[in-house]
Design a protein around this ligand. Sequence first.
Ligand code: C2E
Ligand code: MG
Ligand code: MG
Ligand code: MG
Length: 268
Amino acid sequence: SIIRSGGGDILSLTTEQHKKIDRHALINERLPLAIQNGELSVVYQPQLNLKTGERNVYEALIRWNDEVLGEVKPYELIPISEESGLIHEIGDFLFRTVAQFAAERIKEEPNFQVAINSSIREFMKDNHSVTLQSILNEYDCPANAIQIEITEKFAFQAEEQQSITRQMQQLQQLGITFALDDFGTGYASFRFLQTLPISIVKIDKSYIQSLVTHPQTTKLVEGLIRLCHSLDIHVVAEGVEQEGQFKMLKNLGIDAVQGYYIAQPEAF
Ligand code: C2E
Ligand code: MG
Ligand code: MG
Ligand code: MG
């Protein structure tokens, strides 16, 4: 098929590309309704703390099963909603769901925390930290029951970075903890550690996957753990699937592990 752009160029698309565009358009069309009708849900995956043996941190992961589109994975859903701006509504739904869940669980388990993935784009709204604070109040959720995981997918202008940093600092003062997710895959890992109030680093699963087979990766992860510890940063491995990975990470002194080897994400 053929698309004529404004300039009169002709682009020829493969069937595969065409399918992708259709699905993209359908997601954009159906997502607002799905949000309105409460069709998004959240599953939770525990981390095992190797220092205490506790499983008291759960990562919240969004799920959407649409009757037309089938399962829409976060890697499709999140970038498309970042583009359209719907990420703010999704973030709002997620934060409310999690605040309610965490407020319940922390009553029985004082160290309970839920980790929420947040697009750093959400922090580009000036009053984001105030919004989060009022949701916590609404659900009577202590701030220390919440971790926010951010990724480093984007580069920022200096002014943006200032506002993001300020809002994160406000939330940290309330008791929220910040984790840098997918560490090692993005733009500015080390700069973020230097400038943002990060107290946890999650090593990306691509490193965990080659940990046992690639001695270079082992060295890298070992050094990373040591570096983080010297900065008082807690280190978590994500995507731990095998006993060999688990044992090696334990020997390397990692603080916590998450992955199918420990537990699958589950609905509550
Ligand atoms: P992430 O934050 O790094 O989350 C970990 C992803 O790894 C999850 O995929 C999880 O289901 C998957 N996983 C867990 N254990 C294993 C394992 O042992 N092996 C492998 N191969 N994978 C494992 P999921 O749920 O598909 O989410 C993908 C990404 O989408 C997340 O990566 C996160 O960046 C983003 N995401 C998910 N939910 C949300 C959300 O509510 N808001 C935002 N902004 N992003 C979200
Ligand atoms: Mg995450
Ligand atoms: Mg991750
Ligand atoms: Mg990821």
